[in-house]
Design a protein around this ligand. Structure first.
Ligand code: TDO
Length: 188
């Protein structure tokens, strides 16, 4: 059975599927719609994504898509490890601007659920890290939004040393939260 752990920000969930080990290796159910829906992960996933980051210390994020292409994400690691982060960017939310992070590893099979209204990003903790995630809306370039990964107002503890990070040119130019007009509004 998968273990579901609510994290410090409401609606962000850590899921850890059981692995049935035997002499060959293991078998694991990595997503079961009714089970996940009953445990706070009720998204209707429509696209699967995968990325490879060659170097440890690669940061991707903080990303989101604006409505009507807002994406909830279920993130896991196929090789290597990441520190995965979700930031609440829902205007009027009691936890607006707060972040939560979890270490996701290929070894442990942990998954992070990032709901609508949260920016998402990760830092790789090992070389050749492959990340896979399900999303509940298709990619729409015009809807892409982002916040700079090292915004001092967010003060995310990325956990991976203090050296230089590898980022895309696009991600280097993202705005700070204070200059970001969030397309999301909190609904209690
Ligand atoms: C996200 C995405 C990108 N692309 C293309 C656009 C571009 O040419 C290339 C690389 O895109 P990016 O630089 O945006 O890739 P990346 O920086 O890995 O973007 C991802 O970051 C993580 C943190 C997320 O949360 C994802 O939703 C996504 O935003 O892939 C697609 O074709 N479909 C997609 O769904």
């Amino acid at each position: 059975m998968t273990a579901f752990t609510p994290l410090a920000l409401p609606d962000v969930v850590l899921a850890t599927p059981k692995r049935h080990g035997d002499a060959r290796g293991y078998f694991s159910e990595t997503y079961v719609k009714p089970l996940y829906a009953a445990n706070g992960i009720a998204a209707d996933f429509v696209q699967d994504n995968e990325s490879l980051s060659e170097l440890a210390g690669t940061v991707r994020g903080l990303h989101m898509q604006a409505p009507p292409f807002a994406q909830a994400k279920l993130v896991r690691v196929l090789a290597g490890a990441i520190f995965d982060v979700a930031v609440d960017v829902r205007k009027g939310s009691p936890t607006y601007g707060q972040w939560v992070g979890a270490r996701l590893t290929a070894e442990g099979g942990e998954q992070l659920y990032v709901p609508h209204g949260f920016a998402h990003g990760f830092c790789t903790l090992a070389p050749a890290t492959r990340v896979a995630y399900k999303v509940d809306a298709v990619y729409d370039k015009a809807s892409e939004r982002g916040i700079i990964w090292d915004d001092p107002d967010l003060a995310i503890d990325w956990t991976f040393g203090h050296g230089d990070r590898i980022l895309s040119d696009k991600d280097r130019l993202l705005p700070r939260l204070k200059d970001f007009d969030s397309p999301f509004v909190y609904q209690a």
